[in-house]
Design a protein around this ligand. Structure first.
Ligand code: AMP
Ligand code: TRP
Length: 327
């Protein structure tokens, strides 16, 4: 029996190299030895305001990018969250087992809600209950996420345990899987902040569909410091972040990279880095263009993904409803 992996990605903003290095690339690498289920979480996306037409086109764009990055629809199930109603239904049930105090501790909500003040939606507050439902419906063994989502997976374990202790063994407890290096790629304009899809500043992130010129210009502008040495030094977050990106795209070791740039300046290093990223993204970008020539293929794969996923999700939901005494 293969272990099952579940992960989710939001169809909002532009997917960037942080998503790629921190998440998508691991999903691709693991799809032979693991049973992978990937969900495009449109219900999570509407926890903040969205333009309907843009949201719809982003769903296809994200799916196209996942397939272009190497997710194989024969090996993995990729589907859209709102295509399977069990997600919303289980989220509601789990809501009723999650104390307010647990939710109030979530740092992502605290950060996101600060920006929106009292306009913040109840959905954004409740976001972790929906995420818990996503994961628990599929009895996932592993949930690969960036560091920022670890707290939500821990909350998922907490609510699963609570439910199990009341109703008997029902949910499997998932393990978060955080990749060590690259778990947190930082913003190019501000290396003290995580690279984020929602940041509007143009030079903040490299998007997967950026042109070579855009990539060069963003890297050359990236914030560093007034020193010179190209060295992995966490106390210099700008150059450190760029070196981490370089390392992840080339697969080379730290000493090897430091030796290459010994005696060279940040400008030389940045020029090399831009080319490494351009080459690293080239195959993905050309596959993406091919796929988008005929998006019906993407829609078909999403429908196949949903039908595989639905049969698992509905089985879990039926058991849960029965235990709770619904219907
Ligand atoms: P999101 O962009 O929030 O929908 O996240 C999609 C996936 O990418 C999740 O597994 C995140 O944890 C991961 N991720 C998002 N931003 C970063 C980042 N800056 N560095 C590493 N991983 C990230
Ligand atoms: N909240 C996750 C993020 O923003 C996306 C997500 C939703 C997710 N449901 C999930 C990730 C379930 C893993 C498992 O990154």
């Amino acid at each position: 029996m293969k272990k099952r992996v579940f992960s989710g990605i939001q169809p909002s903003g532009n997917i960037h190299i942080g998503n790629y290095l921190g998440a998508i690339r691991h999903w691709v690498a693991s799809q032979v030895e693991l049973e992978n289920i990937f969900c495009i979480v449109d219900l999570h996306a509407i926890t903040v305001p969205q333009e309907p037409k843009i949201l719809k086109s982003k769903i296809i764009e994200v799916a196209g990018l996942l397939f272009a990055a190497g997710i194989d629809p024969k090996l993995s199930a990729v589907f859209v969250q709102s295509h399977i109603s069990a997600h919303a239904e289980l989220a509601w049930i789990l809501n009723c087992f999650m104390p307010m105090g647990w939710m109030q501790r979530m740092t992502q909500f605290k950060e996101k809600s600060q920006k929106q003040k009292e306009q913040v939606s109840v959905g954004l507050f409740d976001y972790p209950a929906l995420m818990a439902a996503d994961i628990l419906l599929y009895e996932a063994d592993f949930v690969p996420v960036g560091e920022d989502q670890k707290q939500h997976v821990e909350l998922t374990r907490d609510v699963a345990q609570r439910f199990n202790s009341i109703y008997g063994e029902t949910f499997k407890l998932p393990e978060p899987v955080i990749s060590e290096i690259g778990a947190r790629i930082m913003g190019l304009d501000d290396p003290t902040k995580k690279m984020s899809k929602s940041e509007k500043q143009l030079s903040h992130a490299i998007h997967l569909l950026d042109s070579p010129d855009a990539i060069r210009s963003k890297i050359m502008k990236a914030t560093t410091d007034s020193l010179r040495e190209v060295r992995f030094d966490e106390s210099r977050p700008g150059i450190y972040n760029l070196l981490v990106i370089y390392k992840l795209f080339t697969g080379r070791s730290r000493p090897d990279i430091e030796a290459q740039f010994k005696g060279k300046g940040y400008g030389d290093f940045k020029r090399e880095l831009a080319e490494v990223i351009i080459e690293g993204l080239r195959p993905l970008q050309s596959r993406y263009r091919e796929l988008m020539d005929d998006p019906t293929r993407i829609e078909l794969w999403l429908a196949e993904g949903a039908s595989k996923a639905r049969s698992i999700a509905e089985k879990t939901l039926t058991i849960v409803k029965d235990k709770v005494g619904l219907g």
